[in-house]
Write a protein that binds this ligand. Structure first.
Ligand SMILES: *[C@@H]1O[C@H](CO)[C@@H](O)[C@H](O)[C@H]1NC(C)=O
Ligand SMILES: *[C@@H]1O[C@H](CO)[C@@H](O)[C@H](O)[C@H]1NC(C)=O
Ligand SMILES: *[C@@H]1O[C@H](CO)[C@@H](O)[C@H](O)[C@H]1NC(C)=O
Length: 267
């Protein structure tokens, strides 16, 4: 059983394993991230997770900021997807996907971040979802769909992009507005920007902003940043107004905020 030939095969397999590890950890590609995001969209469409390459050793499913069973969460029910859009963060090796299901039997607006271990987009280590349905803040999926369908999330020309530090700064400043009276004025508001909170539209988005007042910062922030479309998505616990699972996504065009989307679950 432990004869020379078995040992030879074991050694060969170890070398293969080492080689494979080196190859997959080389770089995290945009194509790989978007392929994984598309496999997630397909899973949500069918209600089957069979096509997801979940890590066998380190996989977590998080639903509304709590560890959950992927087999009983929202991903296990088929949804009619009316809108999907994904962004890719090759530095964090993570993607962000927004899904709107407005015309199916149960409406949803879903924000999901997917993370991969060791830059290996062929393996998923975390699916982190904030899922809003009837009862969530300003929830009305057809109305949200109507606003978001009209937006342009096209790839930005090089000259219209800001770097990831600035995108993270803007995302953080946005979430700090409830605790820091100076945060609102540190954000470069575009004059024609639009804010869609649940299904509530505010235009221009820099009108009526919070200026401090809460003692509790919005915590547990998780970021997906894509410079090519000027997007930062932050999943967080919206603690400044209560412990609410939340997604804030901001698009920055030419240095100015163009769109803000929020998905907030009341619980
Ligand atoms: C996702 O959106 C793209 C276009 O933005 C569309 O071509 C594709 O069919 C959509 N996927 C699903 C499952 O609806
Ligand atoms: C992942 O890729 C990034 C950027 O290419 C690199 O800085 C980082 O070291 C890589 N991480 C791993 C674990 O390979
Ligand atoms: C498991 O994956 C998470 C990301 O989902 C990562 O932060 C953590 O370091 C991983 N743990 C191990 C032991 O690899």
């Amino acid at each position: 059983m432990f004869g020379p030939s078995t040992r030879g095969v074991t050694a060969a397999l170890s070398i293969l394993a080492i080689t494979t590890t080196v190859v997959v950890s080389a770089e995290c590609t945009r194509e790989g991230l978007l392929a994984a995001a598309n496999s997630y969209i397909a899973a949500q469409t069918s209600g089957s997770i069979d096509g997801l390459k979940l890590s066998a050793t380190n996989f977590t499913y998080q639903l509304n900021n709590k560890v959950a069973d992927i087999k009983t969460g929202v991903l296990s029910q088929p949804l009619k997807i009316d809108l999907n859009r994904s962004t890719a963060d090759t530095v964090a090796c993570a993607s962000y996907t927004m899904l709107i299901s407005a015309s199916g039997s149960k409406p949803y607006v879903i924000s999901t971040q997917i993370r991969h271990p060791d830059n290996d987009t062929g393996t998923i280590s975390l699916i982190d979802t904030v899922a809003a349905t009837t009862g969530a803040l300003f929830f009305n999926a057809p109305k949200t769909l109507g606003y978001i369908q009209k937006e342009n999330w096209g790839t930005l020309e090089e000259g219209q992009r800001v770097d990831r530090q600035e995108l993270k700064r803007v995302g953080d400043a946005y979430l700090d507005m409830w605790t820091d009276a100076k945060a609102a004025d540190s954000i470069p508001w575009g004059t024609d920007c639009e804010r869609v909170e649940g299904s509530q539209l505010t235009r221009p988005c820099g009108a009526t902003l919070p200026r401090g007042g809460s003692q509790r910062p919005n915590g547990n922030r998780r970021y997906v940043i894509d410079e090519t479309v000027g997007s930062v998505d932050v999943l967080c616990s919206f603690d400044s107004l209560g412990n609410m699972p939340d997604s804030h996504e901001v698009r920055v065009e030419g240095g100015k905020v163009k769109y803000v989307h929020t998905v907030t679950v009341l619980q």
